[in-house]
Design a protein around this ligand. Sequence first.
Ligand SMILES: Cc1cc2nc3c(=O)[nH]c(=O)nc-3n(C[C@H](O)[C@H](O)[C@H](O)COP(=O)(O)OP(=O)(O)OC[C@H]3O[C@@H](n4cnc5c(N)ncnc54)[C@H](O)[C@@H]3O)c2cc1C
Length: 377
Amino acid sequence: MILKEEEINKLKEVEKFSKEKVRPMASEIDRLGEFPNNLVNDMISMGLFSMYIPSKYGGMGYSLSSLMETIRIISRECASTSLILDVTVSLFAEPIIQFGSEFLKEKYLGKVARGEIGALAITEPGTGSDAAAIKTTAKKENGRYRINGTKTFITNGKEARFYLVSAMTDPIKKHKGMTMFVVDRDNPGLSIGNEFRKMGVRGSSTTEVILDNVEVGEEYVMGREGDGFKIEMETLNVGRIGIASQAVGISEGAFNDMRNYAMQNQENIREWFLFRMADIASDLQSSIKNLEEAIAYSESGKNSPLLSSISKLTAGDSAVSITSRVLSLLGVNALSEEYPVERRFREAKITQIYEGTNEIQRLIIGKELLKGRDFKD
Ligand SMILES: Cc1cc2nc3c(=O)[nH]c(=O)nc-3n(C[C@H](O)[C@H](O)[C@H](O)COP(=O)(O)OP(=O)(O)OC[C@H]3O[C@@H](n4cnc5c(N)ncnc54)[C@H](O)[C@@H]3O)c2cc1C
């Protein structure tokens, strides 16, 4: 995709923001485990929540490439900060853009563009990978739905103003009986349960979301009743490209630390260090290529899970491997403010887990291949 001049200029602004504002705060955000209010406000003023929202609904109408590049650039310095933006735009706003009614688009896309936070709530205690086994129900009475259940491990759980929630409207039909709803934070019956302490991305909140007789009207159904599973899978197809962007950004952060360290300590760098740097550079380059292909494919209007799952799998596995290898190369220096590789290693791990673990990505890729699907089908 060829970016418009205004998109290129915006990305330069994002680079400056990431280096000058995000980087100096990232270790403190991690240490305190606090939501980065100042940085989120900066992202709102820069229009980063608005860039991907169509101009008809108050956004800038930029491309998926611009959004993904933004997530990648911010992840080079702080994966918590990029995650807050990524989840709001690619997991809450994107499915509304793709599948929402005019009512939902009018009601929520402008709010996202103005920086209100959103979340996607699908995981439940005991049902993460098996998304069709959820227990949350939505019973229809007199044209309204009553939703009951508990969602867990929800990113942005505490700060979100609205959630995209999966629930069974017809449990007998299994995945064909699932429906997605948009639920407002101030809807009576919705409350936030436990907040989880985490290994990485500690600046983004991860909480339970409890739905106790939450009532919504039919106009809050995404698509049609029974379409929930399909919408969820298609949402994750794009969402996984967001996680691949995040993972590539984390790897690039570690790669930059490694190269800066080597350039600043050239007298101590031996051949074995160069060999290891070369291997890391090759792995990084492969995951960048897979990411770029997945973005280009998605922008061409196609929505096969093959390339998005491959990009998430390779970027996530590489991020863990690259940050781990740079950590070993830099030794105690990897704990410093100058080269915060230890934090990047903890950030990388989650990219193998959320939006479908990398084992689930392997299953998806294998099943697509078994159907005879090719990369560009
Ligand atoms: C920090 C964080 C943020 C998150 N944010 C969100 C969010 O915003 N919204 C949301 O809905 N969820 C979110 N999640 C939940 C996340 O998507 C799930 O943790 C993930 O899908 C895995 O589910 P699980 O933890 O229940 O693991 P399980 O499904 O119990 O899996 C456990 C292990 O078994 C493996 N496994 C399971 N089934 C298979 C299989 N069929 N074949 C091979 N291996 C298998 C898995 O790969 C994994 O290694 C978040 C999780 C974390 C940790």
